[in-house]
Design a binder for this molecule. Structure first.
Ligand code: XIL
Length: 506
């Protein structure tokens, strides 16, 4: 009896592990093809076949470039993977082979090319790729050719490995170091938000998050659904929030604030928004229809946030980058063409109407310290201040390793805050041309000099937000502009900012 009980107990204890095993995403995987095809199969509608021999997998009978050895992998969205595979062929002419991913969501398949190499006859050549999958229902990795749809080729030594930084949760925290002065925040994108370990690290350093892309009209405006609605009513608008949801959920659950970015911008906005029937090739709608669409859009965004995330979004970039470089005049865009020169004022009026009480409304722009542009920005801000719907100005802060000088940034902050506006440093990053120690120190010095200035103006600044956290995921990854490197290790810039804060009187 005792034995039976012990057996049953062992079985019960084993059960969760057994059921889990199938769902546990991969940490590492190797296909060496010594035991056969190892789950790889020929992707083709026709005759393609796979042969596994002596650790080499060969595909024959192809009739399209995508005919390929492929295999399903249980990848985890948001995690970064390092993948390598060796490729070889026996044709006289060299040709390119490519590692790709096929994935599907709700039954519709899509593809990404992850890395490619040109291979010469008889030479094993390695494809190396780094891949951070977005959320899909399944993932197939496969090796195809660029053209050359009938050529045979072989692969060997496939490896896949989770490229997980060792997040150091014991580092001093930027948000704590600067808590007496302003909110210290960062931008986050969709795939980062799917990685809980990464987000926990961000939450240890930052107290406010800007969705890097996910609340832009490109992501929020549901063009297909709007098209349907427009059959009855040209002013109707359909919206969706699936891209932003994971990060908003995370911020809500973990007590982070969110800065909304952005309601109106000339970029990352579907052309169809401005056109009859939401057809990108249609004629422009009238000013009245466009203002009604804008009203419906902003109304729904604000209502959705209030219903699902009350109090989470503390401020919004209402309009982004309306002033042109060089002239300081309004930038010509679909907004000026369809609504007219007062589109910024109109947008603020609508945003104020629907924003929950206490939400701060910002105008956001780059190259602020440029004298000509600054003159244009100040003129626009004066008219917005006169309308009474604006709370502040966001200096984006995408800076270089020598410009702008802190004194120019100071002049801009001085002039703008004199209008009675709050300030945000909304998208700070400092580009360097290579990742050498010297450049990293120059960068640290630049961050420090700018933060000394921000500290001087701390009573006027709501938040300083860096545009990303780790260099590898920055929109300027090749210019290493952030405070943490690609493995989430603190760079000199981080250490310098922590040191600077420690010298401040409490
Ligand atoms: C950038 C994002 O970081 C990129 O991922 C995207 O491809 C382009 O937009 N000014 C802004 C931000 O206001 O929205 C931009 O973000 C960077 C410049």
């Amino acid at each position: 009896m005792k034995r039976l009980l012990a057996f049953l107990l062992a079985l019960v204890l084993a059960l969760p592990t057994l059921t889990l095993a199938e769902d546990v995403p991969l940490i590492s995987y190797v296909s060496d093809f010594t035991q056969g095809t190892d789950g790889w199969y020929p992707r083709s509608a026709g005759q393609a076949a796979l042969i596994a021999e002596d650790g080499v997998l060969t595909i024959t009978g192809r009739n399209a470039t995508w005919n390929s050895p492929g295999r399903e992998f249980n990848l985890q969205p948001g995690k970064k993977y390092r993948i390598t595979v060796q490729v070889m062929h026996h044709e006289d002419e060299p040709f390119e082979l490519m590692l790709s991913a096929a994935h599907s969501r709700n039954g519709s398949e899509s593809y990404e090319n992850l890395g490619k190499v040109k291979a010469n006859k008889g030479c094993w050549t390695t494809i190396q790729a780094s891949y951070t999958p977005a959320q899909y229902d399944n993932y197939i990795l496969y090796v195809e050719t660029v053209g050359m749809g009938t050529r045979d080729f072989s692969i060997r030594n496939f490896t896949l490995e989770l490229d997980q930084p060792a997040y150091d949760m014991s580092l001093p925290s930027l948000k704590e170091a600067y808590a007496d002065y302003f909110d210290f925040g960062c931008a986050v994108t969709q795939s980062e938000a799917l990685d809980k370990a990464r987000m926990d690290f961000y939450a240890s350093q930052f107290c406010i998050v800007t969705p890097g892309n996910e609340l832009k009209p490109d992501f929020v405006l549901d063009v297909a659904a709007s098209r349907q609605l427009a059959k009855d009513d040209e002013t109707a608008v359909a919206v969706r929030f699936d891209a932003a949801k994971p990060m908003l959920d995370y911020c809500q659950a973990n007590g982070l604030k969110v800065h909304g970015h952005v309601l109106v911008w000339h970029s990352q906005t579907p052309e169809a928004f401005f056109r009859e029937g939401y057809q990108a090739s249609g004629a422009f709608v009238t000013r009245e229809v466009m203002l009604a669409r804008l009203d419906n859009y902003i109304h729904q965004v604000m209502d959705y946030m209030q219903a699902n995330y009350p109090g989470l979004i503390v401020s919004w970039d209402v309009v982004n980058e309306a002033i042109a470089d060089g002239t300081g005049k309004l930038r010509e865009s679909n907004w000026t063409k369809v609504v007219g020169e007062d589109f910024v004022n109109q947008t603020f009026e609508i945003a104020r109407r629907y924003a929950p009480e206490g939400t701060k409304l910002f105008y956001n722009d780059y190259n602020t310290p440029d004298p000509t542009k600054l003159t244009g920005i100040v003129k626009l801000l004066e008219s917005l201040v006169a309308d009474g719907n604006i709370d502040g100005y966001g200096l984006q802060g995408h800076y270089g390793s020598t410009t702008p000088t802190p004194s120019k940034v100071r002049a801009a902050m001085e002039q703008i805050s004199a209008l009675g506006l709050r300030l945000r440093i909304s998208e700070l990053d400092i580009a360097i041309s290579d990742n050498s120690d010297v450049k990293q120190l120059t960068q640290a010095y630049r961050y420090k000099a700018l933060f000394e200035l921000f500290l001087e103006y701390a009573d006027k600044i709501d938040a300083v937000q860096v545009w990303g956290v780790t260099d590898d995921l920055s929109w300027k990854a090749s210019e290493y502009p952030l405070l943490f490197d690609g493995k989430a290790r603190p760079k000199p810039a981080f250490t310098t900012l922590i040191e600077l804060a420690s010298t401040l009187e409490k």
